[in-house]
Design a protein around this ligand. Structure first.
Ligand SMILES: [Zn+2]
Length: 166
């Protein structure tokens, strides 16, 4: 199974920065929801796999009437102030590759977050250290658990060796 194949390509030109984001379809400027929020964080009320990604999922709004998903706000992945539209596969698609729907969507968040960390302005994502970045790679499927374990071990050994020198 290759989850990468069934999602729209993430592209660098889709990256935007809060609060300067514009509608990706018509370039209309940002707006607020009915309560006056420029950004609404995702809250997982269902105890799904997405609860682990709440910090990185939210919704932005525009002055236009384009058809944003899921609507009226557009779902985005967010790291610092860097944003990218976040497209979720539907339930049928998840079933066809043998994944629970929420697990597949969590995987899609992981890929978007990993993409932002690698491609967005580092000033916006700088608070993410090497370990966290590697965990994004693990979650997105780019790095396997053994490789991650190996890398963490080498960091620990390096740190211990440095401790002995001083
Ligand atoms: Zn628009």
């Amino acid at each position: 199974m290759n989850v990468q194949q069934c999602r729209p390509e993430l592209r660098v030109e889709q990256i935007q920065y809060f609060p300067e984001q514009r509608c990706p379809l018509c370039a209309a400027p940002a707006s607020t929801d009915k309560r006056g929020n420029w950004y609404v964080s995702y809250t997982d009320f269902f105890g799904s796999a997405l609860r682990n990604w709440e910090t990185y999922i939210g919704y932005v709004f525009f002055t236009c009437h384009c058809d944003h998903k899921p609507g009226p706000g557009m779902r985005v992945a967010r790291v610092g102030d860097a944003l990218i539209p976040l497209h979720f596969s539907d339930r049928e698609r998840a079933r066809s590759v043998g994944l629970d729907h929420d697990v597949m969507n969590a995987h899609e968040v992981a890929q978007a977050v990993d993409f932002l960390v690698k491609n967005a302005d580092p000033m916006c994502t700088a608070q993410h250290d090497e370990l966290r970045c590697m965990l994004f790679e693990v979650a997105s499927g780019k790095v396997g658990p053994d490789q991650a374990h190996h890398r963490i071990q080498s960091w620990v050994f390096d740190a211990a060796a440095q401790g002995q020198e001083t």
